[in-house]
Design a protein around this ligand. Structure first.
Ligand code: GAR
Length: 212
């Protein structure tokens, strides 16, 4: 069975969705850069090994990433999932995990890379927003896209209400992405593009606001 390490920084609801999804893999560890991350308690309640590598203990990004990498590798993972991990990673770290490092991001990439995605989407008045699971490359929030979910932006949305609608979909697409990868139903081809023998092509269009 594939071995997965999940990295978190906060609530850990995406991690929890993976722990509760009955996936064909074993979550061998949850690692956080913050000892107060709420998700650590959830992981322990699921009897998953946890570890903390605090970025505050390191003066440079490189030394933090080296320590993080050492901790991750001690669990010999096949796949590393960034599930709300709020640190920018060095090129060396990303290259070390090339093809086995994925991230969940709260926007329809390539729109709204970075932080405060929901506030920025509301400010721009976009009518459709969403989330993306992608392989991580050395460009921030920019790697081969595995799956996306789109949600409507409603007229009275606040950043919080929009975030909640997106987060609900994050849990679903992250579970799906991990399932595909663990079942070897999705992979990167020799040119670094997504390949799969398992995609269900959706024909429905999301128009928002709806037509009369
Ligand atoms: C999620 O919305 C995730 O997409 C986002 O942080 C939140 C973590 O929630 N990640 C990023 O913004 C990474 N750039 P969670 O801790 O409840 O899973």
């Amino acid at each position: 069975m594939k071995r997965i390490v999940i990295l978190i920084s906060g609530h850990g609801s995406n991690m929890q969705a993976l722990l509760e999804a009955k996936l064909p893999c074993q979550v061998v560890a949850v690692i956080s850069n913050r000892s107060d991350a709420q998700g650590l308690k959830i992981a322990r309640a699921h009897h998953v090994t946890t570890a903390v590598v605090s970025h505050r203990d390191f003066a440079e990004r490189e030394s933090f990433d080296a320590a993080l990498s050492k901790e991750i590798d001690s669990f010999q993972p096949d796949l590393v999932v960034l599930a709300g991990f709020m640190r920018i990673l060095t090129n060396g770290f990303v290259e070390h995990y090339a093809g086995r490092l994925i991230n969940i991001h709260p926007s329809l990439l390539p729109a709204y890379a970075g932080v405060n995605t929901h506030e920025r989407a509301l400010r721009d008045g976009v009518k459709i927003h969403g989330c993306t699971v992608h392989f991580v490359t050395s460009d921030l929030d920019n790697g081969p896209i595995i799956i996306q979910a789109a949600v409507p932006v409603l007229i009275n949305d606040s950043p919080a209400s929009l975030a909640a609608r997106v987060l609900h979909e994050e849990h679903r697409v992250l579970q799906q992405a991990v399932r595909w990868l663990c079942n070897k139903q999705l992979w990167l081809d020799e040119l670094g593009r997504i390949a799969s023998d398992h995609f269900e092509q959706v024909g429905a269009t999301l128009i928002s606001p709806g037509l009369d």
